[in-house]
Design a protein. Structure first.
Length: 281
């Protein structure tokens, strides 16, 4: 499954809000969490986020959390698709999902450690390099790549950009296909004029493999659907003790988390999604 589908899976199932677990006793909340390793649930083919070779930035975040807990990191690998939570976290095979959209009822979310946004990606030397909104007249008549069914498609339709858009598949087997990488390769080749990708996917791919492209966070889009999302760690419902332990780690080590994300090329924005964060200061 394409990495954006991971976020879509979280968001579409979050509409009914979190289930109320506050009344459940805490005595049982940490019984299932391993004390011998940090057991992570992850997709083995979801780079730049996670990979079986542990080269993704979520793998590096897991290493950071494991270090702070003084625990080795172990993985349960499963494709990020329908059934992921049921067959990993709920099956008690692992204890944390490193990246999950805030508000997903299938998991208990920690505090968010990242807020990011969809991005416009263009050649650095093109006439689109100064575009910051999808309503910019410079985009009229351009062929823009977009993941079908993702929030930016609605904004493109509103601004008359769908007619010449090139859609890329939302749901694929990432072992064999990567729509985001295909989109950026097409942009390099001139097949499309611009690309729109979720920042935590597009930013790292551009940084690692596409030096002639520019990533522009779309922080000025004010109409729905929203273009920014807060990302948390997900644990089993009811495990409030474990949730609070991770919340404490996030709070105390946010600067180190930011450093991992910045090194990967993930664009970070403030909690309201309307300003880019400079984490280098």
């Amino acid at each position: 499954m394409h990495a954006w589908a991971k976020l879509t899976l979280c968001l579409t199932l979050a509409l009914s809000g979190l289930l109320g677990w506050a009344a459940r006793g805490e005595a049982q909340t940490s019984d299932l969490v391993s004390t011998s390793s940090l057991r992570v649930c992850a997709d083995p083919a979801n780079l730049p986020m996670s990979g079986k070779d542990e080269s993704g930035y979520e793998n590096k975040l897991a290493d950071l959390i494991g270090e702070k807990l003084d625990l080795p990191v172990t993985y349960t690998w499963y494709p990020m698709a329908t059934g992921f939570v049921r067959n990993t976290l709920k099956a008690k095979k692992c204890d944390v999902i490193m990246g999950y959209a805030q508000g997903h009822e299938l998991v208990l979310n920690t505090n968010h450690y990242l807020t990011s946004v969809f991005t416009l990606i263009v050649p650095k030397e093109s006439d689109l390099a100064n575009v910051t909104t999808l309503s910019d007249e410079a985009l009229k008549g351009k062929r823009i790549g977009v993941i079908a069914g993702s929030p930016p498609a609605d904004h493109m339709a509103r601004n008359g950009l769908i007619g010449k858009a090139k859609p890329y598949a939302l749901v694929v087997d990432r072992r064999y296909e990567s729509p985001a990488e295909n989109m950026l390769n097409d942009l390099d080749a001139g097949t499309i004029d611009a690309a729109i990708l979720w920042g935590p996917i597009g930013g790292p791919l551009v940084k690692s493999d596409h030096p002639d492209l520019k990533v522009i966070p779309l922080i000025q889009e004010t109409l729905p659907p929203k273009m920014y999302y807060r990302i948390t760690m997900g644990v089993r419902q009811g495990e409030k003790v474990w949730q609070r332990e991770l919340n404490s780690l996030i709070r105390r080590h946010q600067d180190e988390i930011n450093a991992v994300l910045a090194e990967a090329g993930v664009p970070m924005v403030n909690d309201m999604g309307d300003a880019v964060l400079d984490v280098t200061q």
